[in-house]
Write a protein that binds this ligand. Sequence first.
Ligand code: BV8
Ligand code: ZN
Length: 251
Amino acid sequence: MAACSSIPDFALQVVKKADRITVLSGAGMSAESGLPTFRDAQTGLWERFDAAALATPEAWNRDPEFVWSWYMWRHHLVRATAPHAGHLAVAQWEHSADVTIVTQNVDDLHERAGSSHVHHLHGSLFHFRCAQCSFAYSDEVDDSEPHESPRRPPRCQRCGGLIRPGVVWFGEMLPSEPWEAGVQAVDSCDVLVVVGTSGLVYPAAGLPQIAHEKGIPTIEINPDETPLSRECTVSLRMSAATALPILARSR
Ligand code: BV8
Ligand code: ZN
């Protein structure tokens, strides 16, 4: 694996020739839109907590208002921001290639950039359901500022249970449809672009291995080295908003 701070011609050629491009994205993909990654320290009410501790059924059962408020803060942050040049470049690719996005992110920035095939392995901040009976909740949620004090989750119209965010918490199984679509997209692509993920959370972090074993070229985009870097064909020490538009222009 070569770590490069500029894009080697080999990578440009691989992307140029590819008919089927799969993008595996993580929190770093949305960092340049101002969204904190899971590595970044929390702020405000949640500054003393690490994200992985908050994104658990245990934290919810212990204090649902505290966790619900965290998700309303993140919901507000995502609605207040916009996709960056990297999201737009990936959406642009759809004009000349069959592009599938497999994301660990619960934001909707890929879709807002115009990408049409997006599989959310870890759910979405914009879906809600009852924590007790799983009945889908489609009413408005209040994510208004200030986010200084905990707020109560809404109640389920069917059983009166608390409404929870439609995300996958640590210790919870991934929804099968996006997972199977993700495995299929990695297994059948001509090039896999792995962008903005630390490669620490499973089973998502195991996806590049599938491409590696099939000899499918993999291009990592991450300012830092990760456990995935050595498996990747090329590892670009660049940011998502810088590298993706350059790769997109190669087509
Ligand atoms: C499960 C939704 C069955 C909620 C999330 C095998 C081995 C070890 C552990 C396990 C294993 N199998 C299962 C586990 C347990 C666990 C796990 O993986 N734990 C880890 C921490 C060790 N996995 C699970 O629990 C999964 N469920 O396996 O169920 C089961 C259950 C129990 C036991 C066995 C089997 C569920 C995992 C999903 C949890 N939900 N999100 C929410 O968002 O609130 S995970 C969440 O954290 C994100 O979705 C994302 O997946 C993860 C954060 O990772 P990244 O996205 O990679 O982001 P991160 O902040 O870490 O890194 C950012 C990267 O970007 C950095 O590298 C940085 O350098 C880079 N970067 C920064 N800026 C930029 C950039 N890159 C490019 N451009 C930039 N500008
Ligand atoms: Zn219910």
